[in-house]
Design a binder for this molecule. Structure first.
Ligand SMILES: Nc1ncnc2c1ncn2[C@@H]1O[C@H](COP(=O)(O)OP(=O)(O)OP(=O)(O)O)[C@@H](O)[C@H]1O
Ligand SMILES: [Mg+2]
Length: 320
């Protein structure tokens, strides 16, 4: 059984101007210990997928489908049960460390409180665990920094603390939403190799949301490409980089001069993002697609294929 199984997930937001269809019929699985990258340009629905897994969707959201964690649907689980899973089994790392840390709380309390509450550890056992996890994320001189406040750390160190917080309950799944975007390139690389090391050691599954194809190539065995809230392509990362099967993926990779360049970004495909006021009835990428034929504007392509799945009505051989 998959650790996480997302089935036909649809998320729409009620707004003053009608609905925004942010996530449309998205399905994917994450196995124990698997690392899945979710890529796509801004607004493609990456963060909202993570939010639905954490039960953190905004009040104006309506979600349909299933988000099964070890067989339990997180979308309909009573909040007491959801809270337990959320605290113990799933860790989250957001882009901006300050949004996860309380600026008025010392680091030891901030981290320790979680394990005291959810695992019933005593104050002194909690402190031991905090120290362990601070050492695991390589905070220098951790023992003497237990009483520091978040602002006393550099940006990179703060992000290490956020990772420590996500890890402290030894979760089975980590959702990392652009964990390094706010950091400079050298620190980004350090944080990613730290995550990699920890992941190998603990066998934690990771869903890594990123704009950065360079990071994906080095870290995740599988990649899901989103556009307009729909999955365009889902494949083992190496296959996808070797022979991208969807025009959107091809465009993304072409837009990146060198995939090992850590600052590679996805913004370079001409055209504007799709209109999401209606659920898509045709390929959302068609208006920007160099390979589009009339049929692309009329039908909604299914995601098909075996190892490498793609949602495109045109045969790969015919793509430019
Ligand atoms: N509360 C909300 N009300 C209305 N629309 C929303 C709300 N939250 C998100 N959206 C819309 O949902 C869509 C998907 O947003 P999401 O945050 O998942 O994008 P993303 O892929 O994470 O983008 P980025 O790379 O910029 O973080 C966007 O069009 C966004 O404007
Ligand atoms: Mg986002």
């Amino acid at each position: 059984m998959s650790l996480l199984s997302v089935n036909n997930l649809n998320i729409r937001f009620r707004t003053g101007d009608g609905y925004v269809h942010a996530v449309n019929d998205v399905s994917f699985d994450i196995a124990k210990g698997q690392k899945l990258a979710v890529v796509g340009e801004s607004g493609s629905g990456k963060s909202q997928i993570a939010m639905s897994i954490m039960g953190l969707l905004a009040n104006n959201a309506e979600a349909e489908g299933e988000v099964l964690y070890e067989g339990q649907n997180l979308l309909t689980l009573p909040s007491a049960k959801l809270n337990r899973i959320r605290a113990k089994d799933i860790g989250i790392i957001f882009q901006d460390p300050m949004s996860s840390l309380n600026p008025y709380m010392r680091i030891e309390r901030q981290l320790g409180e979680v394990v005291e509450q959810h695992e019933g550890l005593s104050r002194s056992d909690a402190r031991k665990r905090v120290l362990e996890v601070m050492e695991a994320v390589q905070i220098p001189d951790a023992r003497n920094r237990l009483t520091a406040y978040p602002h006393e750390f550099s940006g990179g160190m703060r992000q290490r603390i956020v990772i420590a917080m996500a890890l402290i309950c030894k979760p089975k799944l980590i959702l990392a939403d652009e964990p390094t975007t706010a950091l400079d390139v050298t620190v980004q690389a350090q944080i990613m190799s730290l995550l990699d090391e920890i992941q190998r050691e603990l066998g934690t599954a990771v869903m890594l949301i990123t704009h950065d194809l360079g990071v994906v190539a080095g870290f995740c065995e599988d990649t899901l490409v989103l556009y307009g809230g729909r999955v365009m392509e889902a494949a083992p990362t190496l296959d996808l980089f070797d022979a991208p099967g969807h025009p959107y993926t091809r465009g993304l990779l072409r837009a990146v001069p060198n995939i090992s360049d850590a600052s590679a970004s996805l913004a370079a495909i001409p055209g504007s993002p799709p209109n999401q006021t209606r659920a898509p009835v045709a390929c959302p990428f068609a208006p920007r697609c160099v390979d589009a034929i009339p049929g692309c504007h009329q039908t909604l392509p299914e995601l098909t294929g075996d190892r490498q799945q793609r949602a495109c009505i045109r045969p790969v051989e015919e793509l430019t």
